[in-house]
Design a protein around this ligand. Sequence first.
Ligand SMILES: [Zn+2]
Length: 70
Amino acid sequence: MLEDWTIYSWYCPNCKKEVAGFRNKKNQIRVKCAACRVEMIRRIVGRHHDVIDIYFPTGEGFSDWEMREY
Ligand SMILES: [Zn+2]
């Protein structure tokens, strides 16, 4: 397989809206949530192991995100 055009989609951890993107050559899927503007980079680490890094837009801190989890 030369190119993987599978659409990867998941739910934004910040606002729960669905986001989707394509995998690039570095096994990363870069997505910006249209609803809350959070940027996410999902990395395919292994067959059953993905990591999603979340980058909040400036002005919004991590504390807000942690509050929502409880
Ligand atoms: Zn969002």
